[in-house]
Design a protein around this ligand. Structure first.
Ligand code: PMP
Length: 359
């Protein structure tokens, strides 16, 4: 068996230990003679998985009883609309910071439900940066401020939460969830598709502060899309195997030392790559230095031809999935929690060699 150095932006690499545990439990889950996929979502085994996953997540993020944790289907994309459907009404407004394609998709959905004000956009510079707090022109009376904490495509990341003067944040944290500490008190709601830092595709984790949740007053939200439906009990069949794997990933995160451990390793990995990029002008980072992402490192080479060669040679060396997003091109190394320091060192060695041969 061989495992490659996987830099996929998502669905992304999973910890080998997690896959091994899933493999060992696949045919006979805890002596039940069947897999976790083949049993009721209301039975004792899956109930334990679901509860454990929530407990672990609450411990990892230091969440008190004042937060609801939901595992919903429909990915982060459904959250674009579900957030607005629940928290934005006709005549009301919300602020949406526009730092890239995923922000734009959230904005498009929100406009169907209420007024959307854009306090900042980096579209004019091809989304190469994150705003400083003083650049945000927040509106009066917004229900919430929505931001994309890490911009998977453009390789930018908020260095910290934007300052909103007490207006609750709603965050799409799909591509940096659990990669570093956050100031949870500032958030009304956080959502993240699982398939980057948390598990396989199939669920979005949604964390909602109960006071924020209680602001939902509408009575005409379709049942499945009403967050309140999911806070009471399992309303319908969840993506059981995905949540099972998410639970294993959360265990792995705790075993490794929690968020503070990953923050340190993620800083090291990102520094290694950016130092290699900055060593001379062969590689060129696409994001402004103080907006650089520690999850998706995006860069260009002197020509598209060299980029093609780089990708081909990288693959020959088992360095996989380094092609930039289809609309922007270039190179993107996605280095989420499950991408190890060794994986990144292998990439850095390759980059240095490639530069020596082609620079
Ligand atoms: N938000 C961000 C930041 C993303 O990176 C992605 C997927 N790459 C999405 C949202 C969309 O997620 P999904 O495919 O789960 O709907």
């Amino acid at each position: 068996m061989k495992r490659v150095h996987n830099f996929s932006a998502g669905p992304a690499a999973l910890p080998t230990e997690v896959l091994e545990q899933a493999q060992s439990e696949l045919l006979d889950y805890h002596g039940t003679g069947r897999s976790i996929m083949e049993m009721s979502h209301r039975g004792p085994e899956y109930t334990q998985v679901n509860e454990q996953a929530k407990e672990r997540l609450a411990r990892i993020l230091n969440l008190g009883d004042d937060f609801e944790i939901l595992f919903l289907q429909g990915g982060a994309s459904l959250q674009f609309l579900q957030v607005a459907m629940n928290f934005l009404n006709k005549g009301e407004s919300a602020d949406y910071i526009n730092t890239g394609t995923w922000s734009q998709k959230a904005i498009k959905e929100a406009k169907m439900f209420g007024n959307v004000h854009i306090p900042f956009s980096s579209e004019a510079t091809n989304f190469n940066r994150i705003p400083a707090d003083k650049e945000l022109s927040l509106s009066d009376g917004a229900n919430f401020v929505h931001f994309t904490s890490n911009n998977t495509i453009y390789g930018t990341q908020f260095p910290k939460e934007p300052e909103t003067n007490g207006i609750p944040l709603v965050c799409d944290a799909s591509s940096d969830f659990l990669s570093r500490p956050i100031d949870i008190r500032k958030y009304g709601l956080i959502y993240a598709g699982a398939q980057k830092n948390l598990g396989p595709s199939g669920v979005a984790v949604v964390i909602i502060e109960k006071g924020f949740l209680s602001r939902i007053k509408k009575t005409n939200i379709p049942t499945l899309l009403d967050y309140r439906t999911h806070t009471k009990k399992l309303f319908h069949t969840p993506a059981t195997f995905t949540v099972y794997l998410v639970n294993l990933v959360l265990k792995w995160i705790e075993d490794q030392g929690g968020i503070s451990h990953f923050e340190k390793v993620n800083n090291k990995k990102a520094n290694l790559l950016y130092n290699t990029i900055d060593a001379d002008d062969f590689y060129r980072g696409t994001a402004e230095t103080d907006s650089r992402s520690k999850m998706n490192v995006t860069f260009r080479l002197p020509s598209e031809e060299l980029e093609s060669q780089f990708l081909k040679k990288a693959e020959e060396n088992d360095l996989i999935a380094l092609k930039g997003y289809r609309t922007v091109g270039g190179i993107r190394a996605s280095i989420y929690n499950a991408c190890s320091l060794e994986n990144v060192k292998a990439l850095v060695n390759f980059m240095e060699k490639f530069r020596a041969e082609n620079g």
